[in-house]
Design a protein around this ligand. Structure first.
Ligand SMILES: Cc1ncc(COP(=O)(O)OP(=O)(O)O)c(N)n1
Ligand SMILES: Cc1ncsc1CCOP(=O)(O)O
Length: 536
């Protein structure tokens, strides 16, 4: 006999102690199976052996009706007693090789892993699958101070597992609002290996309506898995047309179209930005035809999210972290483009920690920064930060850097400088407009972030208007976000070129006013004539 084929996509780990008052365990279990649970683990932490066996036996009877396999948490004896499909063990439980020797050869053995090294051992010892976690903090298990690893930590483990093809589920603090983020942000940067599913306790068990809870999770999971297996493309968090071959002319046509869409649709661009640039950023948004809203209060930003076209989070003065956390998560939930501008992230430990916290909380669509900022995120020390400006020369190979960071982060990376580099992890674009006067007015980089958010909003609206069918549920953002990011960069830098060439511009003061005028007056035709871009 061979091992059973297991569908790991929606893995319920039981937790009778978490049932809502009055809810029967078996009723809840059956409802969750109806909602699409594909695998069940009976987890009883404080139950006597006799009772554990009884619960496991009855759980198996219910699951058998739905053809869903049952695994047992930790206990080989209980597994053997009820003829379950296998066990799940942790790092401090019965060692895997011993468990293997005690169980029938067809038994499934899953192992918890928190680090890449543990994943290597799991491969070596022949685990059938691994449970990666805790991904996020949870109250369903005493984590004994163990740090949660976040989607990025899960991605590092998936990289190790890629060749072995051992399936992996993520566990810990997984709920509908963070599920699309988890799937996308955990895709392994190089191999593009991805999660086979998620393991969940409280989101299903604590629900009064576990069937609905399971169905909601399953829809997102199935859609993600379908989109991965259908395309085999290294798509990140944004949908572009698969296999689309792109030319400079094609990009410029799309940018021109986005300029028109933004003027026509006037999307609301929500900006949590620093107090140095609020006024200029709001005016830049208005100048290109969109509508700015600069709300920061956590309660405010939550309500706003469904109505906005895109969100910009610029943490220049980092005074609104709570608002940033909530707004970013809501942007993911509502699938709105999210542009992150980690101003001076390499400059202080507080900025590095804040950036890490924000990025473990939500998935940006675009990360924009100067050389020092992008270098800090990429872990490169080639460029240092002084205040909010980069110092020193730029990278030896900026194209390779933005491409690899885009793949690691699952986001489009925009590196600004004398030339701007933009990558989605596949394509790298180089844009070479702009004028040195931009460096003499404060906040020009922040305004670029604003315009990237604005044109990403346009790209989403443009996509929705065409009603092309994509695997909607799993995509964090739909639309041509690479073109949106390029449009933001080009509109800003071409307008700067035009402004700087004006006779009435005599220095930073007149340039600042002229820039706003030229953002307002810039036409798609002029942009196409003046844009200097290359596909590298
Ligand atoms: C699928 C899955 N992954 C991880 C765990 C955690 O197992 P462990 O580390 O052994 O902790 P306990 O569950 O025993 O508290 C799991 N149970 N299932
Ligand atoms: C058993 C376990 N192991 C790591 S986190 C966790 C609990 C997951 O529960 P929840 O889905 O309620 O966060």
């Amino acid at each position: 006999m061979s091992k059973p084929d297991i569908d790991y996509s929606l893995y319920l780990v039981t937790g009778r102690e978490l049932l809502p008052p009055g809810k029967d365990y078996y009723e809840s279990l059956e409802e969750s199976l109806k909602g699409g649970v594909t695998l069940v683990q009976v987890r009883e932490k404080d139950t006597d052996t006799g009772e554990f066996i009884e619960v496991a036996q009855k759980t198996k009877e219910v699951c058998d009706k739905y053809g869903v396999p049952v695994l047992i948490n930790d206990r080989i004896d209980v597994c053997l007693a009820v003829g379950a499909a296998g066990i799940h063990i942790g790092q401090t439980d019965t060692p895997l090789l011993i468990a293997r020797s005690l169980l029938p050869p067809t038994a499934i053995i899953g192992l918890s892993v928190t680090t890449p090294d543990q994943a290597r051992l799991a491969i070596e010892h022949g685990a059938d699958y691994v449970g990666i976690g805790p991904v996020w903090y949870t109250t369903s298990k005493d984590l004994k101070g163990k740090l949660s690893i976040g989607p990025e930590g899960a991605g590092a483990i998936l990289e190790v597992l890629a060749e072995s093809r051992i399936p992996a589920v993520a566990i810990g603090g997984i709920h509908p609002p963070n599920l699309p983020f988890l799937f996308h942000a955990s895709i392994a940067p190089d191999s593009r290996n991805y999660l086979a599913g998620i393991a969940v306790i409280s989101d299903i068990v604590s629900s009064l309506t576990p069937e609905t809870a399971s169905r909601g999770l399953k829809q997102v999971i199935d859609s993600f898995l379908r989109s991965r297996s259908a395309t085999k493309q290294p798509k990140a968090v944004f949908a572009t047309e698969v296999g689309q071959s792109r030319t400079v002319e094609g990009f410029l046509d799309t940018v021109a179209e986005l300029m028109v869409v933004v003027k026509k649709e006037t999307p609301l661009i929500h900006q949590i930005t620093n107090n140095v640039v609020i006024n200029d950023s709001a005016n830049a948004t208005l100048a290109v035809g969109a509508s700015p809203i600069m709300a920061t209060h956590p309660k405010d930003v939550k309500d706003l999210s469904p109505a906005i076209g895109a969100l910009l989070i610029n943490f220049g003065t980092i005074s609104d972290k709570e608002g940033m956390l909530v707004a970013g998560r809501q942007a993911n939930v509502n699938r709105k483009p999210l542009v992150f501008d980690p101003v001076a992230v390499g400059g202080t430990a507080h900025r590095r920690d804040t950036s890490k916290e924000l990025l473990s909380h939500w998935q940006p669509t675009v990360i924009k920064g100067n050389a020092a900022e992008i270098g800090a995120l990429a872990g490169s020390s080639e460029v240092a930060t002084r205040g909010v400006d980069s110092v020193g020369s730029s990278f030896k190979d900026p194209a390779a850097l933005v491409k690899s960071l885009a793949r690691r982060r699952g986001a489009i990376i925009v590196l600004t400088g004398e030339s701007d580099y933009i990558s989605d992890g596949e394509t790298v674009l180089k844009a070479s407009n702009g004028h040195s006067l931009l460096g003499h007015i404060t906040g020009s980089g922040c305004m670029t972030g604003t315009l990237i958010a604005t044109f990403c909003a346009g790209a989403r609206l443009s996509h929705l208007a065409t009603k092309q069918v994509f695997e909607g549920e799993s995509m964090l953002v739909q639309g041509d976000m690479l073109a949106g990011a390029l449009a933001g960069v080009l509109v800003m830098t071409v307008a700067a070129d035009v402004a700087a060439a004006r006779e009435d511009v005599r220095g930073p003061g007149t340039f600042r006013a002229a820039l706003l005028d030229e953002l307002y007056n810039l036409t798609p035709e002029v942009l196409k004539q003046r844009a200097k871009i290359e596909i590298l």
